[in-house]
Design a protein around this ligand. Structure first.
Ligand code: AMP
Ligand code: MN
Length: 325
């Protein structure tokens, strides 16, 4: 069952007026959609909210309403920290995930998340691992606070459901997610707009990047494990930018008989971001945790430094072990 919004969290929102909102590094649809929606909800309650993210949104999320106003980078926004009373951290199981230690240290944190193993690092912690997206939790907050949800906010919240459930296909898709989607549509959410953003707004470089990446496709463990990787050189060749790799992992994931997938993406000279996906009882969150990362049982990730070949072998061995367990 999904959990109710804690009274203490509602009071924290009601009793303060100036909020800073952040989410995780390399933000995804849920991170961006829930942040933008929460900022709009706070505004309807007569409060101010600034969004501060370490990294810019992937290209496909640039047209989202309010995205231009997001403060990006490690340099704090104007007036920080005095101009703010509370920091809302969305989608981060640990404070480090936000990539903004200065923000976490300076302000009391309201921690709202749906990941397993959240560290409860806030003055209030609302963790609902059954919620399909953090955006769905923000929607429940809107109800609990009697905050009106306008059409743009509804569309943003609907987007968080679509991205985190893979278009209502992944195992985290539940009745509550469909109920929230229906209710958001009644509030004016436009699924067609969301589909256009997500599936029909790719720069050509992204499609070239798919080609580059799929050339690295390998199958292991009798076809149950698929791997792909992506170096900075390949991204350059495709003309791709940071954030253009969103969704790449869905291609190897679509192969018949594949139960687990790893995408290893070079982020700088010696560091790699690994994304893992799995089906059914194969728990990739455990695999990711073993490398200092985290996530959900069927979608997780971590970052490692070192030689690509070595990291690739370590990742593949751990993933194969999880599949064959
Ligand atoms: P991604 O592969 O980046 O799409 O991430 C899949 C899931 O794993 C998401 O729920 C992420 O929040 C989570 N995740 C990815 N990387 C990390 C990390 N380094 N630490 C904790 N969780 C992560
Ligand atoms: Mn999420």
């Amino acid at each position: 069952m999904t959990t109710n919004v804690p009274e203490r969290l509602l009071r924290e929102i009601q009793d303060h007026d100036r909020f800073l909102i952040t989410s995780h590094i390399h933000p995804d649809g849920d991170a961006i959609g829930s942040s933008l929606a929460l900022a709009r909800l706070l505004a309807t309650l007569g409060k101010s909210a600034v969004i501060w993210m370490r990294d810019p949104a992937p290209t496909v999320y640039r047209p989202l309403p309010g995205n231009d106003a997001v403060h990006i980078g490690e340099t704090p926004p104007a007036g920080f920290p005095e101009a703010f009373e509370r920091l809302v951290v969305l989608e981060c199981p640990t404070p480090e995930r936000a990539g903004l230690p200065a923000a976490i240290e300076a302000l009391p944190v309201l921690n709202i998340d749906h990941h397993l193993g959240n560290d409860d690092y806030g003055v209030v912690n609302w963790i609902d691992t059954n919620s399909a997206s953090v955006g769905a939790m923000v929607y429940r907050m809107a109800h609990a606070l009697s905050a009106p949800v306008d059409a743009d906010t509804a569309t943003l919240l609907y987007l968080t459901l679509v991205t985190d459930t893979g278009g209502f296909r992944f195992s985290n898709t539940n009745a509550e997610a469909f109920e929230a989607a229906a209710s958001l549509m009644r509030a004016g959410a436009c699924p067609e707009t969301v589909s256009r953003w997500l599936y029909e707004s790719q720069p050509a470089a992204v499609i070239k990047l798919v080609g580059e990446t799929l050339r690295t496709l390998e199958l292991h463990a009798n076809g149950r494990v698929a791997t792909v990787w992506l170096t900075r050189e390949m991204a350059q060749r495709a003309g791709a930018r940071e954030g253009d790799s969103e969704g790449l992992i869905d291609y190897p994931r679509s192969i018949a008989g594949v139960d687990a997938v790893a995408l290893m993406r070079q982020v700088d000279e010696a560091s790699y971001k690994v994304s893992l996906r799995s089906r059914g009882a194969i728990d990739v969150e455990r695999v990711a945790r073993g490398f200092g990362g985290g996530g959900h049982p069927n979608a997780a990730g971590f970052t490692l430094r070192g030689e690509r070949e070595v990291l690739f072998r370590q990742t593949l061995d751990a993933l194969t072990e999880a599949v064959e367990a």
